[in-house]
Ligand binder design. Structure first.
Ligand code: GEK
Length: 238
């Protein structure tokens, strides 16, 4: 366990080899709803993937979202482009894709999602990754995605969220902490992870997400999932 022992110097979180190794276990035990969201991305893919279009997985980590979609895409000519800027993640993601039996082509790129051109997209997924992008860069990323989506295409965002209302913020955060305890994390692990993520994970309210999406042109913006302080949003380009 990455945060099981007391660390004197807690540095900011990095997606290195150590994290890649424990990642599937870590994300399941710390993100309530992760196990529900991932397979449902396959259902979105079934409905929204279009012939001869691209499907993007931004911040793909080990490829969980990519694989969930890949297994349920039926139109011809679809290509998934999975991007992550952690070499360790990308390396293991490529292995996971190779071991998977489905046949939709996948390009796994080690790159910054802010530098990749989104083109001819029917689906763009950004699952628990927008929260790591500097807040001042988020609107431009949303605009680039909007421009790169074809009409009828969708953007799926899942992210940690915060709340304006103090009581609700406390309730949802306490329940999230309890979820982690119930999954075997100790008080020390919970506290250390909170410290390392403090400077790099900056969550928005659902309202901030909605307003930013509306400001770049999305009209149909649906919150399709929420569990404690994590939410899933689907914005459709009309
Ligand atoms: C899943 N989507 O399993 N460019 C590219 N990748 C980035 C950037 C960036 N600017 N910033 C962070 N990352 C996955 C889970 S994890 C969520 C996503 C988490 C990458 C980073 O390397 C990491 O792999 C991923 O975004 C976030 O559904 O760790 O809580």
């Amino acid at each position: 366990m990455v945060y099981a022992n007391q660390k004197d110097m807690l540095v900011d979180f990095v997606f290195d080899e150590k994290v890649a190794h424990v990642f599937p276990d870590m994300i399941r035990r710390s993100v309530p709803g992760y196990d529900v969201i991932i397979p449902l991305l396959g259902v979105f893919a079934e409905v929204y993937a279009r012939h001869d279009s691209n499907i993007y997985d931004l911040g793909c980590s080990l490829g969980a979202s990519t694989l969930a979609m890949r297994r349920r895409i039926t139109p011809n000519g679809c290509r998934i482009i999975a991007i992550d800027n952690s070499e360790s993640m990308v390396e293991q993601c490529r292995v996971n894709i190779q071991e998977d039996k489905s046949t939709v082509p996948v390009d796994v790129l080690c790159d910054d999602i802010l530098d990749v051109a989104i083109k001819n997209a029917s689906i763009v997924v950004i699952n628990f990754t927008l929260q790591f992008i500097k807040p001042e860069l988020r609107k431009k990323l949303m605009l680039d995605i909007y421009k790169g989506l074809n009409t009828g295409g969708i953007l799926l965002i899942a992210d940690k969220i915060v709340f304006d209302d103090q009581q609700e913020a406390r309730f949802q955060t306490d329940m999230h902490t309890q979820f982690k305890r119930a999954n075997g994390y100790s008080e020390l692990e919970i506290a250390q992870k909170r410290t390392v993520l403090e400077n790099i994970l900056i969550a928005d309210t659902i309202n901030q997400h909605q307003q930013r999406l509306a400001s770049v042109g999305f009209v149909d913006i649906n919150t399709w999932f929420q569990c404690f302080n994590f939410a899933g949003i689907c914005a459709i380009k009309s």
